[in-house]
Design a protein around this ligand. Sequence first.
Ligand SMILES: *[C@@H]1O[C@H](CO)[C@@H](O)[C@H](O)[C@H]1NC(C)=O
Ligand SMILES: *[C@@H]1O[C@H](CO)[C@@H](O)[C@H](O)[C@H]1NC(C)=O
Length: 485
Amino acid sequence: MLHFLILLLLVPSALSEFTVILPDSTSPLIDSPQTGFSSHARTDPAEQQAVYQVMAATGNTWAGSIPDVCRGRWHGIECTPDTNDVYHVVSLSFGALSDDTAFPTCDTRAATLHPAILKLTHLRALFFYRCFVYNPQPVPPFLGKLGPALRSLVLRDNGHVGPIPAELGDLTSLKLLDLHGNHLTSSVPGSLSKLTRIRKLDLSNNRLTGGLPDLRSPDLNVLDLSRNFLQGRIRPSLARSVSLIKLDLSRNRLTGPIPDSLNSLENLMLLDLSHNSLSGPLPASLQGLSSLRALILKSNPMGPTRIPSNGLSGLKELSTLVLSNMGLNGPIPECIAELASLRVLHLDGNALNSSIPAGIGKLDKLSELRLENNLLTGMIPLGKEMIWKMGRNLKVDNNTGLCYDVADGVLKGVDSLSTISYCDPETTTPAAARTTQHLSLLIRGGSSQPPSSSSSSSSPSRCIIDHSWFGRVVAWFMICALLLL
Ligand SMILES: *[C@@H]1O[C@H](CO)[C@@H](O)[C@H](O)[C@H]1NC(C)=O
Ligand SMILES: *[C@@H]1O[C@H](CO)[C@@H](O)[C@H](O)[C@H]1NC(C)=O
């Protein structure tokens, strides 16, 4: 699974799209071979009738002509025999998720979820995808009675309306609950904190209101509540979910600061809090998230706040950093250039007013750099090779005083630099006469290091937070306390 995650994390456009498929043999998406097949075994008669009813209610009446549903099985039904040679239905799936997983599709104008499903007492996984789209109906509260065997409940892109039933909290063995892409309008029921084994909770793309849920599962890997109307603060207690790999709360109405405590989520690979109303400052402690691959905080109008001077440089694995449109001011810290794995860096639409740190020109994996709409000044410290490589993925226009070093190469056809003029060699400011002309731009060869206006040799030690003062302060307090006694 990690490889799957990493792969997708490297593709920025896929960040908000992908689904994590848990490596759980009960997952409805894994077409595992039927185990323990016995020529004598027959489907439990009560379950067989229930399957007929459930299938008919979705428009799949053809199933009624199959004499033994577990023996004449189709993609989308899984059964397991017990010691008495009786088959029990453990998994039912509907919907064409992909060409590989063509489960029975539903009659989207008439399908319903039949309560006979409660007779399937051995059910571990239930999966409905795009099933009730033109027959909108609430998520049936009776699903809460599905019992302790159920590990996986997926009701994805189904057109469900109304609330998330509090009864779903009774499914205490659930590892996966996916209600993505419906029209659910309630708050997230407090009862979901009873799901103490949940690993993936995806309630994204709904119309949920109220505050964030208080989840208590130590196994929670994936929490996706993005694209809802959730309000209030991010609870510091969220940091108890130490197994989190993906945390996506983007596109809600969250307020308040980003809690410092989140830095204890040391397995976290994706943190997306973008498009909310979170306030500053940007905690320097975020650099404790040592596994992080993508940090996306854009479009939180935080007001005047700075990028931490440590440049979040502890995030050694970080490949995507998106801090656009946040009201950031002050400098781009030199230390940001220590993020050696960076591929995507977006700092556009802020009020950053330093020069571009020279080290950014040495980030050899960088393939997308957006710095437009800031107050940046001085020489652009990127080699010709890097500029050609990035092409349209380099954006630097609308800055106060960025300019180009005059040197040996002619830069034709680089749209991203068409509004930038070359630097006056004396002052490292844009050559005034050229600012409005679209002349061929001259740049240095990629091999030589452009003399940056802030020509500092950034030493790594300046980028690491010094915690030792804290120890000293504590020691002083203890000595004082002892003296007073
Ligand atoms: C950059 O902006 C900050 C905050 O607005 C300001 O204090 C500082 O003087 C500015 N620096 C430069 C070089 O303009
Ligand atoms: C230039 O950037 C500033 C932010 O620094 C923004 O307010 C302004 O609208 C931008 N101008 C254009 C033409 O995009």
